[in-house]
Design a protein around this ligand. Sequence first.
Ligand SMILES: NC(=O)C1=CN([C@@H]2O[C@H](COP(=O)(O)OP(=O)(O)OC[C@H]3O[C@@H](n4cnc5c(N)ncnc54)[C@H](O)[C@@H]3O)[C@@H](O)[C@H]2O)C=CC1
Ligand SMILES: O=C(O)C(=O)COP(=O)(O)O
Length: 523
Amino acid sequence: MFHVLVSDSISNDGLAPLLNDENINVVQKKVSEVDDLEKYDALLVRSATKVTEELLQKMTNLKIVARAGVGVDNIDVEAATKYGVVVINAPDGNTISTAEHTFAMMASLVRHIPQANVSVKSGEWNRSAFLGTELYGKSLGIIGLGRIGSEIAKRAKAFGMNVLVFDPFLTKDRAQKLGVNSCKLDEVLAQADIITVHTPLTKETRGLLGKENIGKTKKGVYLLNCARGGIIDEEALIHYLEIGHVKGVALDVFEVEPPVNRKLLDFEQVIATPHLGASTKEAQLNVASQVAEEVLKFLNGKPVTNSINLPTLTKDIFDKIQPFYKLAKKLGQLASQYMKEPVQHIGIVYEGTVAELETSFITKAFLAGFLGERVDSTVNEVNAGLIAKERGISFSEKIASNGSGYANCIAVQVDGDHRTFSVKATYIPNYGERIVDLNGFDIDFYPAGEVLYVEHIDKPGVIGRVGKVLGDHGVNIATMQVGRKNIGGEAIMVLTCDKLIDDQLIEALVQFDDIVSAKTIHL
Ligand SMILES: NC(=O)C1=CN([C@@H]2O[C@H](COP(=O)(O)OP(=O)(O)OC[C@H]3O[C@@H](n4cnc5c(N)ncnc54)[C@H](O)[C@@H]3O)[C@@H](O)[C@H]2O)C=CC1
Ligand SMILES: O=C(O)C(=O)COP(=O)(O)O
């Protein structure tokens, strides 16, 4: 049974896949009202719940945070990554609603609709007080031409507006397709009659329209923020409203929500809505069903499509990757148990068909397997790279042309303080995983269960002695493989056993002169 906490108001129709699944217990409560936070596997939020590091520390069983919307600035993604928690969002479910809301705000702003509405309802009939401005023929500056910005651009063009865009990631092609003018920020600031921001809130965009940049705008400019509070600095807004430089402002979002800066809201020329961009039946249904489907897939071990902190894989690609992903995790466990010493570098080389896949995901699986043997905290493919770096382990991956002769091959070299470990493995469809090389010895075994790894001298009688010791300890041998480089030289023996191998058995084995070392590895 999985436990899912829905801590903001999210459409029940959209949540149906989770609510109707008998293996899932859905609790709809604010985080502050829940006293058994440690039991939840998944947390679903909108913008109200703040997913802080402190909350993540309390939710010790948490595996996934799903944002039923776009902005993840209320989620500490870095902390989630550290704790191995996947973060997903619903990137396009509320695009149209937010674009339409922004457009409604823009029309309301230049025609004073909210103010006129209050006036008429209070019994006045003051037509001359509300002289407006047409949108037609005006220049609209859009800062951030992503999903929402693009939808606004299309609508603005339909209204006969000239669209000026600042987005450092906008290609010429895309600008041409949308019929917008790609500009420098200063050009947008200097030429636009109305400016609307549609970037995420990041270190770069916080205060993007602050004292200096608003100062570069046309006198009489209209400003809109339906993206995130803080992209337009509220104190700077107050200043430019006071001196009459900014003619009107429309805000759907605030630096603190609900807003505490009453001074800003007291301006007659400031119109506001309480973060309503995504508040339509359609958008709420879209985002809720998108995240519900994703969470359900994730809990059932399937890939998610809209992850913020994991490579995004489609089902098709995931199915192709899965065997290698499992194999790489085992190789990580094998290497870690073999090394049992500090490690500086892990190098992975992919050959053949596996090299055509999303290898970064497979590398993370290796790291997760490797670190899982050494680190107390939960390690998975979300946080494995970060934890490796924290522990001073560098890692690299390369693609090589097919030199091993196998259709696919993962070759790993682990460099430790005192020695190096290397392994090569392949996956054969309908046959399974095979380790084909261990520390330079040709070998062929299925990596699973209790493995005994013996380094010895290639001499008659050694295999018999090992078999006898195992027999004397009541351990049955399931499979056995030997590998050597030269006759009478160094050799290895890999046995898979039906029973746990204890320290006494290892001690009994290393008593023999021709047995160099013996180790157990559990896969
Ligand atoms: N008011 C509301 O209810 C809603 C607000 N939002 C907000 O709108 C934001 C935008 O949403 P989408 O368009 O879906 O995101 P998106 O990711 O599709 O687009 C963001 C655009 O901003 C651009 N950008 C990033 N940094 C920039 C910078 N420094 N200067 C200029 N452009 C920059 C990116 O290149 C991208 O094209 C979200 O991050 C969210 O905070 C989203 C949905 C609803
Ligand atoms: O999707 C977004 O980024 C939004 O800002 C919508 O926020 P909400 O889900 O309405 O709290």
